[in-house]
Design a protein around this ligand. Structure first.
Ligand code: NAD
Ligand code: MG
Length: 385
């Protein structure tokens, strides 16, 4: 029996995680759930999974939830304190980190410090604080399992091999909805266009990141820390069918890949049950039904975000945190209809130009770089709040 805390249980990854959990009641118990403000869904999850502790975004939401629950209630908390309590709950053995954005960093770090294994969907944790997080993982002797499908594929493609024999990691990217759009058309892309992902159904922020290719940029940085491999040896191939989830090339020229139908329940189940496997609810792959598997080089002229991410790692420790913060603000503005699609990467580039990179020695210093990035992105965008 594995005892779970799910941070971000009402999101796309959170919901898929609970589907895997529901299919294997003999293997998992839910100790704690956290959500933002979707109380309707959280209430259903509480009734089904009966956690001991839940946490929501703010005090008002906590009161509203408490009023709406009948019978035996879980302990209800809110804010960062609630997230940390859920991440470090005494009964929990594994934390599924599925909050979106840099907001996931503090509770994920708290889980590691409390000695919990982590199934990591929240890539922003490694983007902003990779070197500190991996040091904590080593010191606390916990396991960090990737939930991101590409990293799960790399993890599986490395099993049974020696790290010193790896030549390159090749991350695949679908190319998103704008794969074949010209630059001019891209500047007038709407929110609906960007949210129309061809292969994956995900939360809004990561869907826009997929359209701009910043998602792949974040994943390059995530892979750099997770697998301790320099970014120069991490390549990106566009693979529009999203069947090959990523690959590892070895020094003898062999390439190991992991394939499957694009469904996050696969990587989630693997992270929850490693080294074993369980039925995940993912449909079997019928290769004969596919019209082909193709691979292309990414176009960093139309999708500059990918280049920005490589540059951020090379620039120094604080730059990826600043880049990530600027991206979060720019994506929020795009989703609110305030800026155009190409302005996302333009804003990030301007903020990065304004930043003098420096080393980061603590999570507090990462949060300071994150705040600087947000503030500067808002200034660049001309927002006052
Ligand atoms: P989502 O927007 O669907 O869900 C996010 C969850 O986090 C929700 O439960 C929300 O209430 C909660 N949340 C948001 N802001 C919060 C805050 N400030 N404080 C506390 N809780 C907050 O996002 P998602 O698509 O499930 O993605 C979650 C993470 O997983 C992201 O880091 C994303 O990059 C990563 N990821 C997602 C997918 C996918 O298929 N959705 C795939 C790979 C990686
Ligand atoms: Mg991914």
């Amino acid at each position: 029996m594995k005892n779970l805390t799910i941070l971000g249980s009402t999101g796309s990854i959170g919901v898929s995680t609970l589907e895997v959990v529901a299919a294997h009641p003999d293997k998992f118990r839910v100790v704690a759930l956290t959500a933002g403000s979707n109380l309707e869904l959280l209430k259903q999850q509480i009734e089904t999974f009966k956690p001991d502790l839940v946490s929501v975004l703010c005090a008002d939401k906590a009161k509203e939830l408490s009023r709406s629950l009948g019978g035996k209630k879980p302990q209800i908390m809110h804010g960062v304190e609630g997230l940390i309590a859920a991440a470090t709950a005494a009964d929990t053995t594994m934390v599924v980190a599925a909050i979106v954005g840099a907001a996931g960093l503090v509770p994920t770090a708290a889980a590691i410090m409390a000695g919990k294994d982590v199934a990591l969907a929240n890539k922003e944790t490694l983007v902003t604080a990779g070197h500190l997080i991996m040091k904590m993982v080593r010191e606390k002797n916990v396991r960090l399992y990737p939930v991101d499908s590409e990293h799960c594929a790399v993890f599986q493609s490395m099993a049974g091999h020696r790290a010193e024999d790896i030549a390159r990691v090749i991350l695949t990217a679908s190319g998103g909805p704008f794969l074949h759009w010209g630059k001019e058309k891209l500047s007038s892309a709407t929110v609906a266009d960007a949210l129309n992902h061809p292969n994956w159904s995900m939360g809004k922020k990561i869907t826009v990141d997929s359209a701009s290719m910043m998602n792949k940029g974040l994943e390059v940085i995530e892979a750099r820390w997770l697998f301790d491999i320099p970014v120069e040896r991490i390549a990106v191939n566009i693979h529009p069918q999203s069947i090959v989830h990523s690959m590892v090339e070895y020094i003898d020229g062999s390439v190991m890949a992991q394939l499957g139908v694009p469904d996050m329940k696969g990587p989630i189940a693997y992270a929850l049950t490693y080294p074993g496997r369980v039925a995940s609810g993912v449909k079997p792959l019928d290769l004969t039904a596919l019209s082909g598997l193709t691979f292309l080089k990414p176009d960093t002229d139309r999708f500059p975000a990918l280049k920005l991410a490589y540059g951020a790692v090379q620039a120094g420790e604080s730059m990826p945190a600043v880049m990530n913060a600027a991206n979060e603000i720019a994506v929020e503005s795009f989703l609110a209809g305030k800026i155009g699609f190409m302005a996302i990467s333009e804003t990030i580039a301007k903020v990065m130009d304004l930043h003098t990179p420096h080393d980061l020695h603590s999570i507090e210093e990462v949060l300071e770089a994150d705040r600087w990035g947000r503030r500067t992105a808002k200034e660049v965008l001309g927002c006052t709040n």
